[in-house]
Design a protein around this ligand. Sequence first.
Ligand code: WT7
Length: 631
Amino acid sequence: MSFRINSFEEYQNEYTKSVENPEQFWADKAGHFQWRKKWDKVLEWNFEKPDVKWFIGGRLNITENCLDRHLAERGDQTAIIWEPNSPNEEVRKLTYKELHEEVCRFANVLKNNGAKKGDRICIYMPMVPELAIAVLACARIGAIHSVVFGGFSFSSLADRINDAECNLVVTADGGYRGAKDIPLKVIVDEALQICPSVKKVVTLKRTGIAVNMQSGRDVWWHDEVKKATTEFVAEEMDSEDKLFILYTSGSTGKPKGVVHTIGGYMVYTAYTFQNVFQYKEAEVFWCTADVGWVTGHSYLIYGPLLSGATTLMFEGIPTFPDAGRFWSVIDKHKVNIFYTAPTAIRSLEAMGLDFVKPYKLDSLRVLGSVGEPINEEAWHWYEENIGKKNCPIVDTWWQTETGGIMISPLAGITKTKPSFATLPLPGIQPVLLDEKGNVLEGNNVEGRLCMKFPWPSIIRTTYGNHERCHDAYFSQFKGYYFTGDGCKRDENGYYRITGRVDDVIKVSGHLLGTAEIENAINEHPDIVESAVVGFQHDIKGWGIYAFVIDEHGRTDTDELKKEIIATVNKFMGAIAKPDKIQVVKGLPKTRSGKIMRRILRKIAEGDVANLGDTSTLLDPAVVDEIKLGAI
Ligand code: WT7
C-alpha cells in the first residue's frame, strides 16, 4: 500500500478508492506511522452532533513520529533551518538529533514547572526555533498547545488564555519583525492581570530588552534548560486526545478555539504534505506562514517533520531589509519548495522586478499559494518571475478547521488553471449546495462549498463549547460540514473558491470577524456604534471599512480616526487596523434593528448607484448622508 501518488492516473485510482472504501484507504495511510498500539476501529462519525473519531483506540505520541522515528535513518540531517530577521545575524540549523534532544529537554522543563498531560499551554513567541521546540515539547508531554500569533494584542491574548484556561505560558522577552521590536513579555504581563489560571511563565531571551520577572511565576528559558536532561519518554496518548487548540474568527462573538486531535491530524498533514508538494527526500521546504496560524502548524512544523523533511523557519518579514528578502533566502538556503500567500506575492509584485532580478531562484521546484484566492495576474507573475515557468503552482484551499489541504493540484501531476484550486485530494468529498441546501449536481455550477464525508483532520470541537462547533459548521446544512466559502465548479470539475459568504473577511490572508473588529472599535469611549465591512483591495485582497457613530458629534475626525486605530491596536492587534473610517450620524437599519450590511458593502465598494431596495429601512435618509461622506 503506497503513501505516495506519482501520476494523474494514480490520483484518480486513489481518489476512487478513498470514496468507495474510506476506512480501508485511511487505515493503509495510517499504517505508515509508528503507533504504540494499533487502532481497533478506523472511523465513527455523525455530522449531526457532530461527533467524529478516527483510528479509535490507537495509542501514540506524534513527536515519536516527528522525531524519534527519524533518528536512525536521518539523525544528522537538518530538521530546521532558521533564518533570522536580520540577514547579518547567524543562521541556526538543528539536526533531527538535536531537535529531538531540545524537545526532550524542554518537555522536562514543562514538567518541572508543573505542566502535565491534558493541560493547556499558551505559546506566544516570535518565529525562532524555540517556538517549534515548545510546540513539540507540549505534544511530547501530552499537553495541548494553544499558539497565539505574536501580532495579537494583550486583550486578544487574554481572551485566548482564559477561554482555554491555560496554566502555563511560554513567551520571549521580545521579538523582531522587520525594523520593529515587539515587547512580547510586556504584553503577556498585561494580559496576565486578567488571567487567573496561569501559574507559570517561561520566558526566552531573544531581544535582551529589560523585562519584569514576577517571582514565583516567571522563570527564564535558559535557566530552566540548564536544570533539565535531554531524555524524556514520550507520553502515550490516545488517537483522539487533543493535540492543539487554535483560535479562528467567526461571524459572531469572540474567536473560536478550533480543536484538532492527534491521530487523524498526524496522518492527514503528512499525507497532504508529501503528495501536494510531491516532496522528495532531503529537499528544503519553506512555508512562510507564522506558526501562529494553522498553515504554520501543519506545513512548517508537523507535515514536514513527520515526513523527515528540512523545514525552513523565517523570523522576519518579506520587505526587510528590502523587498528581495524572500528571493535572497531562497538562494541562500537552496529552497526547493516555497509556500506563501497571495497577499505577499501581490505586494512584492508591486515593488517591481528589480528586487527579483539579482537572484537565481534555480533551486525552486514547486511553488505554493495559500490563504485566499490568488488572482490570475498574481498567479502569472509568480509562475513567470519566481518559478521561471519551470515550477508547478499548487493553489491550496483549506481552513483552520480542516487541519490540512483539501482542494489542490498535486505538483506536476494535476494540470493547473490560474485561480482554480482544481481538484479535491483523496478522501475529500466536496459538494456545492444552493441557498436552500439542494445539492448542485454536475459541472458549471456555483454554490456554497460543503463536505459530505469526514477526513482524518476535520475539526472535532470548539474548545469548551461543543454547541458552537455544531452551530458554526454543521447546522446550516443538515448532514454536511459547511465551509463558509462560495465556490464554482467549472466544466472540467475544477473548483474555484470565490470567497467568504459570511461576515468574516480575509485581510492579507488573515481571517477577521467583522463583529470582532466592531467590538474592538466600540471600546473607544466616544463610539456608540460601528459597522465594519470589507472592500476589495489590490494588495490585501480585502480591506477594512469601518462606519462609526461618535457620541459627541466630534468634528476633529482625523484625531478621532487615529484614536480608533489605536483602540483597535490595543484590543485586537495591528492586523485588524481599519483602512478607512467614516464617521456617520446613523447606520442603515431595518425596522427590526438589523444593520443592512449589503448597503454598507456597496458603499464601501464605491458602487453607490446600485444600492438596491432601501425601502425597508427604518430611516432611508441615513443612506444619503453615508453616500455623501463615503471615502
Ligand atoms: C479561509 C480559511 C488555509 C489555511 C490558512 C487560512 C480562504 C484559504 C484559499 C485558497 C481561496 C482560500 C477561504 C477559507 N482560503 N485558502 N487557496 N483559495 N481561498 O486558514 O484562516 O482558517 O482561513 O481562507 O476563504 O475559508 P483560515
